[in-house]
Structure formats: C-alpha cells, structure tokens
Design a protein around this ligand. Structure first.
Ligand code: ATP
Ligand code: MG
Length: 331
C-alpha cells in the first residue's frame, strides 16, 4: 500500500464565472520514502493540490470529487479537525511563502519549540533543544541565530527555518511548495539535496512542487507533470527529463536552464494555459502544441505508456521524429 493515494481528485474554486477546475481528475501515489516532483507552469493547480491534500483550501475552494488516502485512512472523508491534527504531525507543508508562515513577534526558536510542544507535549527541554540544534545543523543554519526574529532572516534563511521546523516533527510526508524560490538555483539544488539525504535516512516521503524542472531533476525519484489542472505526463525522473513523450514536458524542459550544462538554447512555450472555468474539450494543451491536429482539439487524449512513462497525448508516436532534439535522441 502506498503512503499517499490520490484517486480522481477534483478540486474546484467558486467564482463569478462558475467553478474554476483547478485540479481535475488527478490520480497518483507516493510511497514511503519516495520523492515525487510536481512540475508545471504557474496556475496549473500545484498549490491547490497540496492544499487539498492537507485540508487548507481557502473558503471558496472545495473537493468536488475523488479520494485521498493517507496510510490507509481516507483524508477526504475526515473532519477538518482530524485533518488539521494530521497536518504537522504526519504530513507537513513547507509553504510557498515562508514569510507568512512565521510569526513576526516570536523568535525562530520559540516557534519551533511551540510546534514541538504541540506535538510532543511530554518531551523535555533538553531533548527538544537538541532536536532544534540538529535541525539547524541539517539545513545549514547557524545555531546562534535561533534567537533571531523572522525579520532578521533573509528569505532563504526563513525557508531553511521552515524546513528545520518541519523536520523536527519527523513527519512521514513533507509537502514542499516551491521551498526554495527565494534562493538562487545553485542554493536551491543544495538545499533540496540536503533535505533528500535527511529524508532517505528517515524514510520520509516528499512531494516537491516547482515550476522549474531543473530543481527537481536530480532530487526526485518520480515526476508528475501538470498542465491546466490535469496530469499531462508522469514517470521516473530520469525518463521525464531524459526522454519524455509529452510535447508539454519537452517544452518545459527546453524553457529552463539545465544546471549541469553550460550552453543551451532556451525556448519558452508560446501562448498561455487555457481558462480553467471553461477548459477546452479535447487535449488541454492542443492550442499551444506543435503536434496538434483536429483529433487533439476534439477528443480527450488516451494515456499511453512508454516504459515507465504515462503520457496523455494522441501523438506520442510523432515525438521522436518531429520534436525531440537531436541531443536527447541518443539517450
Ligand atoms: P504557481 O506556480 O503560480 O504557484 P499553481 O500551479 O500553484 O501556480 P494554483 O495556485 O493551484 O496554481 O492555481 C490553480 C488555478 O486556480 C489557477 O487558475 C488560479 O487562478 C486558481 N485559483 C487559485 N486560488 C484561487 C482562489 N482562492 N480562488 C479562485 N481561484 C483560485
Ligand atoms: Mg503555487
């Protein structure tokens, strides 16, 4: 049994134009100790997915259909109170804006201590201080800065502090929503690798959300590529970045610099994602896709398998000859 099982999840927001289908029929699993990356352009539903998983959708957001099971328990059937208890205990979220998640009137140490007290009320001060020290060491923050207030930290340090706070509670699943936006790419890579090491030692699963594919290329086991609320492609990270079969994944790949290669031509994907209150009836990517034909505009694509990859595209058989860059064909 997978640690987290998501089945046909639909998450909508109420709006004046009718429901916005932010997450629409998403299914995938995360195993214990596994790291799964969720990638896709801004607005494709990544944060909505994470918020739905731990029950912190805004007022106008709701789970319309589908199930989420965590360790065998159906989260989607739980009361909000029970979902909140699970949050920070078993599942912890490293939020997109770390500044808002930290309270400006308490020191970093006080805030981590409070989180520990809430979850391990019997833990003594010596032990909890030791845990805080260890967490600071792990994320590369100077122990002496524990008595600083959030405003004394840079954006990157605040994010490290958030990561430290979530690690201290030893959750079985960490949801990291762009945990490293405030840092430069090299730093991002370092921090994620660090969290990776810690996570492998403790069998913690992680879901890393980002729009930058290079960030997750080396740190994730598996990648889920989202487009307009749906999964466009999913599979082992090495295949997703090495030899994807969905034109959108190829587009994402060429739109971001590869940190391992010095020279490359970056080509951004033209156009914009569709309006999620009225998504197109066929393939949602058709309007921007270089391979699109009439069938794409009319019929929802089937999911095709290529090795470990599942790709939602009518034309996976044309990728190699028409779209794949020469440098990737040899892989
Ligand atoms: P980013 O990379 O910018 O963080 P994302 O992939 O996390 O984007 P979401 O924030 O999940 O995307 O948004 C998905 C869709 O839901 C978008 O169309 C967005 O405009 C819409 N949306 C998000 N929050 C709300 C809200 N509170 N009310 C209405 N619509 C919303
Ligand atoms: Mg987001």
């Amino acid at each position: 049994m997978a640690l987290l099982e998501i089945e046909d999840l639909e998450v909508y927001y109420e709006s004046e134009d009718g429901p916005i289908k932010a997450v629409d029929g998403v299914s995938f699993d995360i195993d214990a100790g596994e790291t799964v990356g969720i990638v896709g352009e801004s607005g494709c539903g990544k944060s909505t997915l994470a918020k739905a998983l731990i029950g912190i959708l805004p007022r106008n957001g709701y789970v319309n259909d589908g199930t989420v099971r965590f360790d065998g328990d159906t989260l989607t059937a739980m009361s909000e109170r029970r979902q909140r208890e699970l949050r920070w205990d078993e599942i912890s979220l490293i939020a997109q804006s770390a500044m808002n998640a930290l309270d400006p009137v308490y020191t970093i140490r006080e805030q981590i201590q409070e989180a520990i007290d809430a979850h391990y009320p019997k833990m003594g001060r010596t032990e909890s201080q030791q845990k805080i020290d260890e967490a600071f060491d792990l994320v590369g923050l100077d122990r002496e800065r524990q008595t600083d207030y959030p405003h004394q930290f840079s954006g990157g340090m605040r994010q490290r502090a958030m990561i430290a706070m979530s690690l201290v509670l030893e959750p079985s699943l960490i949801l990291a929503d762009e945990p490293t936006t405030a840092l430069d790419v090299i730093m991002q890579d370092q921090i994620l690798k660090r969290v990776n090491e810690i996570q492998r030692e403790s069998d913690t699963a992680m879901m890393v959300i980002t729009h930058d594919v290079a960030v997750v290329a080396e740190t994730c086991d598996r990648i889920v590529v989202m487009y307009a609320g749906e999964i466009a492609e999913e599979g082992p990270a090495s295949d997703i970045f090495g030899k994807p079969y969905h034109p959108y994944t190829l587009g994402l790949k060429s739109a971001f610099p590869d940190i391992r290669r010095s020279e490359q031509d970056l080509v951004s994907i033209g156009g914009h994602p569709p309006d999620l209150s009225n998504p197109p009836s066929g393939c949602r990517f058709a309007e921007r896709c270089p391979l699109a034909t009439d069938v794409c505009r009319e019929t929802v694509p089937p999911i095709r398998e290529h090795g470990g990859l599942s790709s939602r595209c009518h034309h996976t058989d044309r990728i190699d000859s028409e779209l794949r860059p020469v440098s990737d064909k040899a892989r």
